[in-house]
Design a protein around this ligand. Structure first.
Ligand SMILES: C[S@@+](CC[C@H](N)C(=O)[O-])C[C@H]1O[C@@H](n2cnc3c(N)ncnc32)[C@H](O)[C@@H]1O
Length: 193
């Protein structure tokens, strides 16, 4: 989907997402604040939540409509909002304590290239959190994109995980009002050595 398609999706409904994803909140809840980038931030639910916990957050998304929603919410002045295609956007090397990538779905090679670059933006010990719909969700879960070519899996994230000290790389279940969804989680740290 292009930026215009996402703009149209956001325009078609009031507010998509407000609270952070429960697993994101669980994993990041105890991490001391620092410098973070939320890639494909959408309406900024995670960027705003992180900023409220003291993080200095840059929220990047190519949908101006999505970011406009975030900018209109309380606490938005504590977030740096950047309208850009993440495939061509870069943070300075070794500048970040956290890169969060939640429910961004790109074709496999593009996703791997982006996530490899994102690892390079992390300081030693900095964390990468990738969470999104798992390929198995199409047959065994609910909601989400139905094109397996853009969905995550443990195998597809393995090359990126290989660049990290990995805490978790696994398929996870997410309960929704319409049933159980299957996501993939990658949660790891850039090596300090
Ligand atoms: C399902 S939403 C997830 C938003 C947010 N991460 C969250 O969890 O609430 C996917 C977002 O990815 C953004 N996106 C998709 N491809 C992108 C790209 N190439 N560059 C920047 N943003 C992109 C869309 O505009 C949309 O806001």
């Amino acid at each position: 989907m292009q930026a215009a398609d996402w703009d149209a999706r956001y325009a078609a409904q009031q507010q998509w997402s407000g609270d952070p994803n429960a697993l994101v909140a669980e994993l990041l809840g105890d991490v001391p604040p620092g410098d973070a980038v939320d890639l494909a931030a959408g309406e900024g639910r995670h960027a705003l939540w992180l900023a409220g916990r003291g993080w200095r957050v840059t929220a990047v998304d190519f949908s101006a409509a999505g970011l406009a929603r975030g900018r209109a919410r309380p606490g938005a002045d504590r977030v740096t909002w950047v309208t850009a295609d993440v495939r061509g956007w870069d943070a300075p090397p070794a500048s970040l304590d956290l890169v969060l990538v939640a429910y961004l779905h790109l074709p496999g090679a593009e996703a791997t290239d982006l996530l490899r670059r994102a690892v390079g933006w992390l300081r030693p010990g900095g964390r990468l959190l990738v969470l999104g719909h798992d390929a198995d969700n199409v047959a065994h879960g609910v909601g989400g994109p139905q094109d397996p070519a853009i969905l995550h899996s443990v195998a597809r994230l393995a090359p990126v995980a290989g660049l990290l000290d990995v805490d978790r790389l696994e398929q996870v279940r997410r309960e929704t009002p319409v049933g159980t969804a299957l996501d993939t989680l990658l949660w790891g740290r850039r090596s300090c050595s």
